[in-house]
Write a protein that binds this ligand. Structure first.
Ligand SMILES: [Zn+2]
Length: 264
């Protein structure tokens, strides 16, 4: 059987592409990526805090895009109820480290990506050293304490942070650029009541949100498109409504606000 002309054309283009680029051939024509953007992705390190349904999807699409190095953090073992949404996991890993399972699955998917896994909570003691290695961080933990730790470290080091959160059929997403946009604490000055296990989740929701968050990372690294800086995207996948909400920095924000006279 003769291959269709389009397939032959694609094979010819792969043959003409440098070996390291061939896997990414279909994304190179996108405005703002190209060979230069792809090289930025190869050279980038991204910290993904949390590899559940949300962070696992982010990590998958960053590995697919060819991000050179992923730093993954997530504390604890894989449990059976995780499998309704965590597509990097498999039942034979039940009871074993979830982040180690994510690392193994990502390595099978794209061996070119260097994946470092840390089975631990993010704390003020370890976050700065992790964020210092990254061009972008992605906030996907289920508890607010670790999100605040990551927010503080990203502000201290000037590293952009993609903030993605979901509950049931709803989600929010924004890109925090320290010194330019509202930070996590500007958006949520009080501690939200969602730092507990057992939140409702349908896998398609973190799957969709994780894909959006991965696109934000690629945009920040390559300069392609317009990131959600200063804008909060709210999605309700039950009603299939999507809103863009302008958000503002708080001058009195304890995390990123202007220094007081006593601090100068
Ligand atoms: Zn702030």
């Amino acid at each position: 059987m003769t291959a269709p002309a389009a397939v032959l054309d694609n094979r010819a283009r792969v043959a003409q592409t440098p070996a390291g680029m061939a896997r990414y051939l279909r994304q190179l024509p996108i405005d703002g990526i190209g060979a230069a953007g792809q090289q930025r992705l190869f050279d980038a390190t991204v910290l993904v805090a949390g590899v559940g349904g949300l962070g696992g999807t982010v990590a998958t699409h960053l590995a697919a895009a060819g991000v050179g190095r992923l730093l993954l953090t997530h504390e604890g073992p894989l449990e059976l109820p995780d499998l309704n949404r965590q597509t990097l996991m498999s039942p034979d890993w039940l009871g074993h480290s979830r982040v180690a399972c994510a690392r193994a699955a990502l390595h099978r998917f794209n061996p070119d990506v260097d994946v470092t896994a840390m089975d631990a909570r993010l704390t003020d003691a370890n976050a700065l050293a992790l964020v210092a290695q990254a061009q972008v961080a992605v906030s996907c933990r289920l508890n607010f304490e670790e999100r605040e730790v990551l927010n503080r470290a990203c502000i201290a080091l000037g590293v952009p942070m993609i903030e993605a959160a979901m509950w049931g059929m709803e989600y929010t997403l924004t890109t925090i650029v320290p010194g330019q946009t509202p930070c996590l604490k500007c958006i949520f000055p009080a501690f939200p009541d969602w730092d507990h296990l057992g939140f409702p989740v349908l896998g398609a929701v973190p799957g969709a949100l994780g894909s959006l968050a991965a696109a934000e990372v690629v945009k920040v690294i390559t300069g392609m498109g317009t990131p959600l800086a200063g804008t909060l995207l709210h999605g309700d996948m039950g009603e299939m409504t999507f809103r863009r909400i302008r958000i503002r920095r708080r001058a009195d924000c304890p995390a990123c606000g202007a220094p007081t006279r006593g601090d100068e």
